[in-house]
Design a protein around this ligand. Structure first.
Ligand code: AKG
Ligand code: FE2
Length: 351
């Protein structure tokens, strides 16, 4: 079996229970979006989604409108990419200047993830702050990097897929807005004029040390929401709010897993919660997943919605700039940092 590189070893209290003695029923709600044409049904969906966002921070959607054929094609494109020889993948490697492309050694909470990734922006050539420093006004252009080879790697399929999940993400964000008693388009402007959203291909190779390492360590997603496709292998676990147990999200064919990100948590002033999740790996099977991270434009100042605030519900966060938050995250993903990554709780106001 050989030795594991210590960079991958999780602290004892973070290691997964691989064979839970009490297998849990799958409790993450599944919501059917096929009924949205009728106002009564829409109200029902809004309410189901509101409950899920409050109690789980996670749900799955079926009949979501993303063409199945396209979802299948994107999975093929992702697989094709990761099958390339390492030197080909390295030709589109992400670096200190450009955060897009291939990356094999991401750290989550300063432990290395057992995975490799490929990232691309929904809107190519998006501007973001050049540095996390608050006074530095310089901007930097992020540019997609596409492999030249093989011919089956289709940039067109990637772009078409990004547009299709983006459409679903807007739909879901509208339903979340309705769940906060706001107009359906309440959040849309934050994504106009250079949203920083991206699609990621995740590949988790089989791991001989699944009891020591994780595919992705526990974390919360920083954006507004995430629309995740997973294959049939399984491995994603969500921290159940009621008791802190790690609950596996059983793959549901043709469903998307949706989770509330930190930004929706702040907008909703904690009504909806961004919940920790992680990915467990296994010694036999590789696993693929494709998250779409719905990120606003760099200039957006994130803060609780004024419309929700009152004497009884005062703002729980001071505002922060999304672009600077993003720049800080991208820097700290890169190098093992001695300090904790930037988090929304750093902006929390005292009660
Ligand atoms: O692969 C998965 O199921 C989830 C990955 C994830 O949480 C992420 O990339 O943020
Ligand atoms: Fe995540």
């Amino acid at each position: 079996m050989g030795e594991i590189d210590p960079a991958f070893i999780q602290a004892t209290d973070q290691r997964p229970k691989l064979n839970p003695t009490n297998p849990v029923a799958d409790e993450i709600p599944i919501i059917d979006l096929s009924v949205l044409s009728s106002p009564d049904e829409t109200r029902k969906v809004v309410s189901e989604m509101g409950h899920a966002c409050k109690n789980w921070g996670f749900f799955q959607v079926i009949n979501h409108g993303v063409p199945l054929e396209l979802a299948r094609k994107i999975e093929e494109v992702a697989k094709t990419f990761f099958e390339l020889p390492a030197e080909e993948k390295k030709k589109v490697k992400r670096d200190m200047v450009n955060a897009l492309g291939y990356h094999a050694g991401e750290n989550t909470k300063n432990v290395r993830d057992w995975k490799e990734v490929f990232d691309f922006l929904v809107e190519d050539e998006t501007l973001v702050p050049a540095s996390p420093e608050p006074d530095d006004k310089e901007l930097r252009k992020l540019t997609n990097q596409w492999p030249q080879y093989p011919p089956e790697f289709s940039r067109e399929v990637c772009q078409e897929y990004a547009r299709a999940v983006e459409k679903l993400a807007y739909k879901l964000l509208g339903l979340i807005a309705l769940g906060l008693d706001q107009p359906e388009n309440r959040f849309n402007d934050y994504f106009k004029d250079q949203q920083t959203s991206m699609v990621r291909f995740n590949h988790y190779p089989p791991c001989p040390f699944p009891h020591l390492a994780l595919g992705v360590g526990r974390h919360k997603d920083a954006g507004a929401l995430t629309v995740l496709a997973q294959d049939d292998v399984g491995g994603l676990e969500v921290k159940r709010k009621s008791d802190g147990e790690w609950i596996p999200v059983t793959p549901t064919p043709n469903a998307y897993i949706i989770n509330v990100g930190d930004i929706v948590q702040v907008w909703s002033n904690d009504k909806f919660e961004s919940v920790e999740h992680r990915v467990v790996v296994n010694s036999e099977k590789e696993r693929f997943s494709v998250p779409f991270f719905f990120f606003p434009a760099r200039h957006v100042m994130v803060k609780p919605l004024e419309e929700l605030l009152s004497d009884e519900n005062p703002a729980k966060y001071r505002e922060y700039n999304w672009g600077k938050f993003y720049a800080t995250r991208n820097r700290s993903d890169f190098k093992k940092q001695e300090v904790e990554n930037i988090q929304i709780h750093h902006f929390r106001l005292p009660e």
